[in-house]
Ligand binder design. Structure first.
Ligand code: DQA
Length: 153
């Protein structure tokens, strides 16, 4: 099977992991997260790019530029989850299968976190599993969305 290319995008303040509200997000750093994702992609035989930005515009552009290059996207839009129609439209525009991931269980948190725009275009949402959520998202893309029987698709 063709080596799959996965783009992992992380939104605002995720670069602050380890420092940021450790009681919610844990003590492991953003660097640890990137290392965990890269090691797992290697194990799974996938090509992965991990990118973080605090800017909605930069994230939108990254999604647009994924077209024709990446087979799947794992997106933790962070606070933009709850506000961004632009990210939703970008995912719809490229039509690349996208899994929404959250480290925390947003369903158990504040009312304003109950809305997710990107969920409307996501093939799956995984929340509350910490770093493991990204790995399960990769499994889902590779095993349930992008699997094939030897063809080129
Ligand atoms: C988050 C949850 C969001 O509500 C929050 O704004 C974040 C992180 C998570 O991974 O749990 O920044 O996406």
């Amino acid at each position: 099977m063709k080596k799959r290319k996965i783009l992992v995008l992380n939104g605002p303040n995720l670069n602050m992991l380890g420092v940021r509200e450790p009681e919610i997000y844990g003590r492991r750093t953003y660097r640890d997260l990137v290392g965990t994702i890269e090691a797992y992609a290697k194990e799974r035989g996938a090509f992965v790019t991990v990118f973080q930005s605090n800017s909605e515009a930069v994230l939108v552009t990254k999604i647009q530029r994924a077209l024709g290059i990446y087979d799947g996207i794992i997106l933790n839009p962070a606070a933009y989850t709850h506000t961004s129609v632009a990210l939703l439209d970008a995912i719809k525009a490229v039509a690349i299968p996208t899994v929404e991931v959250h480290l925390s269980d947003v369903s158990e948190r504040e009312e304003f976190r109950q809305v997710s725009y990107v969920r409307l275009a996501a093939v799956k949402t995984i929340m509350g599993l910490g770093f493991d959520g990204y790995l399960r998202a990769m499994d889902f893309l590779l095993d349930d969305v992008l699997w094939d029987d030897g063809g080129d698709a």
